[in-house]
Ligand binder design. Structure first.
Ligand code: ADP
Ligand code: MG
Length: 270
């Protein structure tokens, strides 16, 4: 029989990033019968769909052409409303993992489950729609339109969605206020400092009210002071709005600000 204890054990182990192979090993050592473990792992895949897990991966690998094994079997579960830092040295596979979690790229093998739905079962247009609805992005390179105003930049996702100008202005001004940029509304983005640009990007990522924010080295181009300020705004908004934050960083001090840290080395969670 699959006991709640077994399910909970597997869930917790996956939650902290232990791979299924390791879980089986540990359970074996603890004296569980192999058949129960397999059933337990299967049952968990079903349970996690119902529970608070927003993103889950099963044994994901990624092989780029001419570059063996950027990811070599990553299994993890990320709970709704939490902040998770993905840390590791340059080239360890952080961005690859983030891109796959965010559906910007597909794994070579393994499964990504979003809100209980295995993404391998979805068509590309469905995946694109899901990404637009649920995810927001903040990158190290700001990708702002320098010649457009801050208000136009922050409301760009709404314009793409076909939201009326009146509503765009209203929501845009609210968002600029939240990131401390309301006085810059009519200024062109090119005129901003690095910290201001990144705050604008946070506003643009949040304006569609996404469930998950992916931030890849968001403070990589900022000095210490601006970096602290941007992190504070990001984490304050994440908490107050119950958003899940996935922060990719090589900086252990930034990682400490998150609820949990996933460390990746040579494409494996350690
Ligand atoms: P990180 O973000 O931790 O610095 P990446 O995920 O960008 O690491 O890269 C992991 C590994 O995959 C590295 O060896 C990198 O060179 C390789 N890699 C990343 N993107 C590509 C790509 N588009 N084509 C080929 N190799 C890539
Ligand atoms: Mg990277």
């Amino acid at each position: 029989m699959i006991t709640p204890e077994l399910t909970r054990y597997i869930q917790d182990a996956r939650y902290i990033g232990i791979s299924d192979a390791e879980i089986v090993q540990k359970l074996e050592q603890a004296g569980w019968a192999p058949i129960l473990m397999a059933a337990g792992l299967r049952a968990l895949t079903e349970t996690s769909a119902r529970e608070s897990v927003v993103l889950e991966t099963h044994n994901i690998t990624k092989t780029y052409e001419g570059n063996s094994n950027a990811l070599q079997g990553v299994s993890l579960a990320i709970h709704k409303g939490t902040s998770v830092a993905i840390v590791g040295k340059s080239g360890s596979g952080k961005s690859t993992l983030m891109h796959i979690l965010a559906t910007l790229d597909r794994p070579t093998s393994g499964e990504l489950i979003i809100d209980g739905t295995p993404t391998s079962q979805l068509s590309q247009p469905d995946i694109d729609a899901l990404r637009n609805k649920k995810f927001g992005f903040v990158f190290q390179q700001f990708f702002l339109n320098g010649r457009d105003t801050c208000l136009d930049n922050v409301t760009l996702p709404l314009a793409i969605m076909g939201v009326s100008k009146k509503e765009r202005i209203q929501r845009g001004m609210e968002m600029l206020k939240l990131v401390g940029m309301e006085e810059k509304a009519q200024q062109k983005a090119v005129e901003l400092s690095g910290g201001q640009k990144q705050r604008l990007c946070i506003g643009r990522a949040l304006i569609t009210q996404p469930e998950v924010i992916f931030a890849d080295e968001p403070t990589g181009n900022l000095d210490t002071e601006n970096s602290a300020n941007v992190m504070k705004i990001l984490l304050d908004l994440q908490k107050s709005r119950g958003i899940t934050l996935i922060l990719v960083t090589h900086d252990p001090d930034l990682a400490k600000l998150c609820d949990r840290t996933i460390t990746i080395k040579d494409g494996i969670i350690v």
